[in-house]
Design a protein around this ligand. Structure first.
Ligand code: ADP
Ligand code: MG
Length: 678
């Protein structure tokens, strides 16, 4: 069996299973082997009942004291017993497993393993599995992989398929040079691949992970180098400064912050200085990046060329197009929109206008990247919310012009040292100031019992003419549950609020057209409360919205919460963020209180890192274009730097030799970076 063989070749994977694997984007043996566990279940030794701790997966051994009791709680059928050892007693419960009642024998010894929870103030062992001594001691001391799953695919099925694949895959090519591996103390590829799935212990796991994380970074860094080699530093579009720009700035309804002026200055220097701009602007949510981008576009159009503005969602594209028009159309600048949900006719006409130069600026989604989109003379490419795009897409857009200037904008706070490595091919501008008219957002962290009060508060805000966002988490990304929770929630709200308050909802499963309409109503102020999943998180700007309430806030990463919160506090009114936790947990509360204590994205990133030792902070990026599967740029910052240095040691064609040894790697690289010709 080889990497590129279909997963159907694996023993035990039939047609049904194949389809389910496809849902996870696993098509080949190689895909499966790179479907890494998301966590491991470590079987520890048996614990005495008196020493059991809440929240831990725990194995207990004891005898059953008393008869099992059976009762119902709503639809749930519950069996409960008391387990006893020489140190104490604990209640054990199972849901919907009535057949257990006849299996459990009073006075018999059992090993049971499950999670320790708390009920009515007392510890309970929940939903444990039963083991014989023999079974249990075979499992103890090992780490069992836990995989990302989809419905119909059990962990056991994935584990088995991976095991089969590892056994029968013929050749796993080592592609890193031996001296590099020695310098960086890296495991061989084959061993790393085996151990990441089935490590015996933490040490093995960490070694395997180190090797695979290094690979991801190294690949990325080497490809960045290749791009650098290919970039022409000399610009095809040397621009002139324009008087009109000063008029534009004077006519804005506000004055620019010092940071906005500084960053625009850096952009202008690039574009007028004879080099090809390749710049990343990093600025916290609400720092006013859009207007800086608009100024760069204005300069471009005044110089007789075209600009493209690419954003990650249609909703955002529509909004940006409108705010660009509001700022620019009085200067005779023509702006077009190109998004997937337009009709074929609209798209065709748009493309004609771009090709003829009738449009000066196009705002759009990935639709701009299509092969048949041509420009008359594209001189500036802007990507907003850069973390949502791969380098590949930025590259693809560049290919549409004769080496245009590139400006990328991102609200993800990455420390400067890391940004330099991660976006190694770009110059960096930092916008570290919010507009002066802003009142800091007031935050609170509350339990669900606060909900009625929160609703009353919202009603007051609506009476003052303000608007509200409520975010419900999607329970399982690939499930229907997402849709359920948002629509059901919105329905419930309607019965709570008076009928003249208009409530609408938004979720990822809606058609783009519907989403755009819902968003448009909210932007126009026709909707008072918008219940949404995180689809709302990127870029949207509705300054009249003053309340953001996030349900089950403990389920989100801090970066994501910070982005979500950034949807309010954009105007001159006082804004509020209500972080509601659904499940009481000390750790969760502590995390949320970081957010309540600061409105500064960089500060939050630092704190999160300190608290957790590793960030899910960068989760934002991973949920978008998944650049790395295992690597975490915060946690693995050291390896990232090492990979960067290693990549620099090798000449361009040497690097290309490593890749040529392994077709799969070339493919992977191309999917990171676009057509890097190695
Ligand atoms: P982000 O950096 O998150 O993309 P935006 O560019 O969307 O932020 O700007 C947020 C809001 O702040 C917008 O409503 C914009 O009009 C406003 N804004 C931008 N610059 C300033 C400024 N210098 N003074 C006051 N308001 C500003
Ligand atoms: Mg923005």
């Amino acid at each position: 069996m080889r990497y590129e063989d279909s997963i159907r070749q694996i023993k035990g994977v039939g047609e049904k299973a194949e389809q389910r694997f496809h849902k996870l984007d696993i098509r080949t043996v190689g895909d499966l082997l790179e479907h890494y566990p998301r966590a491991y279940d470590e079987f520890h030794d048996i614990v005495k009942i008196a020493e059991a701790e809440e929240g831990e997966m725990t194995a207990l051994e004891g005898v059953i004291a008393g008869r099992p009791s059976l009762y119902s709680n709503g639809k749930l059928k519950i069996i409960s017993i008391v387990l006893q050892d020489e140190t104490g007693k604990i209640t054990v419960t199972w849901f919907n497993m009535p057949f257990l009642a006849s299996r459990l024998k009073m006075g018999t010894r059992y090993i049971m393993r499950g999670k320790i929870g708390r009920k009515n103030g007392k510890l309970v062992l929940e939903q444990p599995k039963l083991y014989s001594k023999n079974e249990f001691f075979k499992l103890v001391g090992r780490m069992h992989p836990i995989y990302p799953l989809t419905s119909g695919l059990t962990n056991h099925m994935v584990e088995k398929a991976v095991g089969e694949a590892l056994n029968s895959v013929e050749e796993v090519t080592e592609f890193l040079p031996a001296d590099l591996r020695k310098r960086q103390e890296l495991l061989g590829y084959k061993k790393a691949l085996h151990d990441i799935h089935f490590p015996k212990n933490q040490v093995e796991y960490r070694k395997a992970r180190k090797r695979l994380v290094f690979d991801e970074f190294f690949l990325y860094q080497a490809a960045l180098q290749a791009i650098r080699v290919r970039n022409y530093p000399k610009s095809m579009y040397v621009m002139e400064k324009k008087q009109e720009l000063e008029t534009f700035v004077q006519n804005l309804p506000y004055s620019l912050t010092q940071a906005q002026k500084k960053v625009y200055g850096e952009i202008e220097q690039d574009m007028t200085g004879g080099i090809t701009m390749n710049r990343l602007v990093q600025g916290d949510v609400g720092s006013g990046k859009t207007v800086v981008a608009v100024m760069a576009l204005f300069l471009t159009v005044c110089n007789g060329a075209q600009g493209a503005f690419m954003v990650p969602t249609e909703v955002l594209a529509i909004q940006h197009k409108e705010s660009l028009e509001a700022m620019l159309s009085s200067y005779g600048i023509r702006i077009g929109l190109l998004i997937g949900s337009m009709t074929a006719k609209e798209k065709r006409e748009g493309k004609e206008k771009l090709a003829s130069g009738e449009w000066d600026i196009v705002v759009g989604t990935h639709a701009i990247l299509q092969d048949n989109v041509e420009f008359a003379n594209l001189a500036l490419v802007i990507t907003d919310e850069q973390h949502r795009f791969g380098v590949r897409q930025r590259e693809k857009l560049m290919e549409k012009g004769d080496v245009p200037h590139v400006l990328a904008m991102s609200a993800t706070p990455i420390p400067r040292t890391l940004a330099l490595v991660l976006y190694g091919d770009m110059d960096l501008s930092i916008m570290d100031e919010l507009p002066a008219n802003r009142l800091p957002i007031k935050n609170c962290v509350v339990g669900t019992d606060y909900r009625p009060q929160a609703y009353r508060f919202m009603k007051e805000q609506i009476d003052k003419g303000r608007q509200i966002y409520i975010i419900c988490p999607m329970v399982e990304e690939k499930d229907e549950v997402e849709l359920e929770s948002v629509t059901v929630y919105a329905e419930q709200l309607k019965s709570i609020f008076p009928p003249d308050i208009s409530i609408d909802f938004l979720h990822g499963k809606m058609k783009p057209k519907e989403k755009n309409e819902v968003m448009q109503h909210f932007v126009e102020g026709a909707t008072d409360i918008l219940v949404s999943t995180t689809v709302i998180e990127v870029g949207i700007d509705v300054p009249n919205a003053t309340v953001m309430m996030i349900e089950n806030a403990e389920r989100f990463g801090l970066a994501q919460l910070h982005q979500l919160r950034g949807r309010v506090g954009r105007g001159k009114e006082q804004s509020y963020c209500i972080l509601m936790y659904g499940k009481e947990s000390k750790e969760g509360k502590e995390r949320l209180s970081i957010l309540a204590g600061s409105n500064d994205g960089f500060e939050i990133a630092r704190q999160d890192l300190k608290l957790r030792g590793q960030g899910d902070f960068f989760g934002v990026m991973q949920s978008g274009d998944k650049l790395f599967s295992l690597a975490d740029i915060y946690e693995d910052a050291g390896l990232l730097k090492a990979a960067n240095e290693e990549a620099k040691r090798y000449a361009f064609d040497e690097v290309s030799m490593f890749y040529k040894k392994n077709r799969r790697l070339v493919e992977k690289l191309n999917s990171y970076m676009g057509n890097v010709s190695l």
